[in-house]
Design a protein around this ligand. Sequence first.
Ligand code: NAD
Length: 378
Amino acid sequence: MRIAVLDETKAGEPRVAVTPDTIGKLKALGAEIAIEKGAGAGADIPDAAFEAAGASIGTAAATLKGAHILLSVRRPSADVAGKLAKGALVIGMLDPYSDAEGMKALAEKGVTAFSMELMPRITRAQVMDVLSSQANLAGYRAVIDASSIFGRAFPMMMTAAGTVPAAKAFIMGAGVAGLQAIATARRLGAVVTATDVRPAAKEQVASLGAKFIAVEDEEFKAAETAAGYAKPMSAEYQAKQAALVAEHIAKQDIVITTALIPGRPAPRLVSAAMVAAMKPGSVIIDLAVERGGNVEGAEAGEIVTTANGVKIVGYTNVPGRLAPTASSLYARNLLAFLETLVDKKEKKLAVNFEDELVKATCLSRDGALVHPIYAPKA
Ligand code: NAD
């Protein structure tokens, strides 16, 4: 069982899919690991550390040669998939809802591709939950980024020269990223409020010491899907939510938005008029910017300063801004999934296509897209 890991830093992705820590455990499963030179550079892992853990280092071509499994952070190109044997496994964050044509081209190369984002959120698969491991770090980093861009202090300070008030932070979307943002902003001393459309979020927000603010009508009471995600809200609800947010946001120093709905564009929560009502120097971090953005005027990869002096931050790949930590957790998520795909006695691959984790994540097999998300809409 030969595992390949490519250098994704060339494509702007600093994270890496294995770490010296997981290499030992992959070897114990019976794997040999080949890594492209420089693959760990963005995550502060030198080639020598991979070699010391028992991996071999080489060119991309040498790494892919004879590989049975490609572990990746991002979706590899169809070209890369074409260099793998038919039936080889590709496991990574394949961004399944975007670029279906590109995904089809990859499928046609004959690889069996697994998208880690589709891992079911059940107890058994918690250790494989890449959305959680990465979103948690993004929520933390968003607050750190906000604090470094904000020109004032977060905590209340009582000094001989006078008292400095605590910053007010508003977290929109209280899922994994939002809850970590709340906890981090509280630790820095901000006064924190948060909103969400799922009723379950209310208690979680309160348990972190933040105040929950939301339109709690009948629709709110039914806004959570069986899988624990938010539903798209009606136009009426969105109007009520906007009125509430408009009033609240004008008094905030920091706004961090994290709202997502799986497989859809991010909901627009903050309008240009709301931003225009904020104080100069306020900072908005839009963690949903890559999925269309929660904030009007946010630009992917940019910090936009509005006419009234509000900074709208659209950093992309925020987990990648903590690449060593993000890689170590991600690599462990992959290892845990791989352990379910291997016959530990025989030390060889034994994918059970009836397993619910496999069914939920397998995008392509035998040259075709097989996941229900690609089925033609009825
Ligand atoms: P997500 O990334 O899909 O969305 C982020 C948050 O945005 C969610 O809380 C969502 O409700 C919220 N949101 C969506 N539309 C909104 C709107 N219009 N206004 C305000 N907020 C809006 O969500 P996530 O972080 O992946 O978490 C989803 C749920 O899954 C949470 O309940 C989380 O606790 C749960 N979860 C369960 C497990 C598990 O059981 N293994 C693991 C991780 C997360």
